[in-house]
Design a protein around this ligand. Structure first.
Ligand SMILES: *Cc1c(COP(=O)(O)O)cnc(C)c1O
Length: 218
């Protein structure tokens, strides 16, 4: 709210996605009770377990972790959104799996905006071809772009990476796509992301508190 006002933007133009990884279904239920509907998870097994405990709630589930090819069916059928598509093969498999459902799967393409060797995401120069190919898959709806920039302390440096992602989206729309989502900003940099046009911010620790990686990652 404050970050939106600071950036001169309407708060309702920015969706808050609560990132629940390592937090329990009880924590998620408590936040849902306060009116939060959009929740994100990184690991399939962890997500499926929580979804089973929360079936009585009307929640919108977002997948934001790396998509393994043997998990595409479960992801395509258990989530409304996937923010982390970065290969055509994965997108094709998600589309085929989603054919069983009545509404398309909303997807964002993850861009490796800081060009880090170890990071997921398509490189900016490879984005246009991937976006065009994903946009025509029948059971997906390409909505926009997602990025996790290299962590930086300086807000000016944070903003440069987010501005670069925004420019990628503007270029794709200029070339004929109609994308409306910029999924960018986490607890440590969401103000900078909002200042550069984020339409979805993904907050974990800022909402749930400190995260302890005690459970084994799936
Ligand atoms: C964990 C995670 C977040 C949230 O991180 P916080 O720093 O806890 O806000 C957002 N996006 C992705 C892709 C994540 O993995």
């Amino acid at each position: 709210m404050l970050a939106a006002h600071a950036a001169g933007r309407a708060p309702d133009s920015i969706a808050l996605i609560a990132v629940g990884k390592t937090f329990s279904a009880v924590d998620i239920r408590a936040l849902a009770k306060q009116g939060q509907r959009d929740f994100a998870e990184n690991y399939v097994q962890e997500a499926v377990n929580k979804q089973a405990e929360l079936v009585d709630l009307d929640l919108v589930w977002h997948f934001i972790g790396p998509v393994q090819r043997n998990k595409t069916h479960i992801i395509a059928t258990r989530f409304a959104w996937v923010h982390s598509v970065d290969r055509l093969l994965i997108a094709e498999r998600l589309s085929i799996a989603r054919a069983a459902m009545s509404v398309p799967l909303n997807v964002c393409i993850q861009v490796n905006i800081s060009r880090e060797a170890s990071k997921s995401g398509v490189l900016p120069e490879d984005l246009p071809a991937l976006a065009r190919a994903v946009a025509v898959l029948p059971h997906l709806r390409l909505r926009g772009l997602m990025a996790i920039p290299r962590p930086e302390q300086d807000p000016t440096v944070q903003r440069k990476a987010f501005a670069a992602l925004r420019d990628c989206l503007l270029q794709l729309n200029h070339d004929g796509l109609a994308l409306d989502v910029l999924s960018m900003g986490m607890s440590s940099d969401f103000e900078a992301a909002i200042a550069e046009g984020a339409t979805m911010v993904r907050l974990g620790s800022a909402l749930f508190g400190t995260r302890y990686y005690s459970m084994e990652k799936k």
